[in-house]
Design a protein around this ligand. Structure first.
Ligand code: 5GP
Ligand code: MG
Length: 185
């Protein structure tokens, strides 16, 4: 893990090593496997692009029942803060009518994105919608939607890595880094 990384005009310091991220994914996958043991439903695993690509891949490898992988692209962040408005950049890649959907998100912050997405999925006639997120900022989350599976909770600061970006950069790191306001460039 690097001591510091620089993306555009900002410096980030280590927060969660890759090994710890993988262990948290093992644990969340075990819970999902237990919930779906012996099921004959084939849920849609919905990757929320682009941030959830790495998490979705790691999670999928650990699931031992059949899933139907689909994607959607949403955005609400510009730079390091949420704009408040959720925009759909790319629609659903498949038909979810009558299907159970497990949303796979990178991070739940204010919850606006997840709330908007759950609405979209029920409007598209999903029979049931569940939420699985790699990260949650509990201090920020004020919505009532139940977060069925949460791999890790983090403090209320801007992070990058393991799929998450700062204005397009930082997604490829296998560890998670947090904004470092003390180190000057
Ligand atoms: P919310 O709508 O819950 O406020 O924000 C959710 C979305 O904002 C996430 O899907 C993610 O794309 C982005 N986001 C929230 N917090 C962070 C963060 O700390 N770092 C990065 N890179 N993106 C974040
Ligand atoms: Mg996201």
């Amino acid at each position: 893990m690097k001591d510091r990384i620089k993306l555009h005009d900002k410096v980030f310091k280590p927060l969660i090593p890759g090994e710890q991220i993988e262990k948290s994914i093992d644990a969340v996958a075990a819970k999902i496997n237990a919930d779906y043991e012996g099921t004959d439903t084939v849920p849609v695993l919905l990757c929320v692009l682009n941030g959830s690509i790495l998490f979705t891949a790691e999670l999928m490898k650990r699931l031992d029942f059949d899933v139907d992988l689909m994607s959607i692209k949403l955005s609400s962040y510009r730079g390091t803060s949420s704009t408040g408005a959720v925009h759909m950049d790319m629609g659903l890649t498949g038909d979810i009518t009558g299907k159970e959907v497990i949303i796979v998100e990178d991070i739940v912050d204010t919850g606006r994105t997840i709330e908007a997405l759950v609405k979209i999925l029920y409007a598209r006639k999903a029979s049931k919608v569940k939420v699985c997120t790699l990260l949650l900022k509990p201090e920020m989350y004020k919505k009532t939607i139940n977060l069925d599976y949460v791999a890790m909770e983090i403090p209320n600061d801007f992070i990058v890595g393991f799929g998450l970006d700062y204005d397009g950069l930082g997604r490829n790191y296998k560890d998670i880094y947090i904004l470092d306001t003390d180190t000057k460039l």
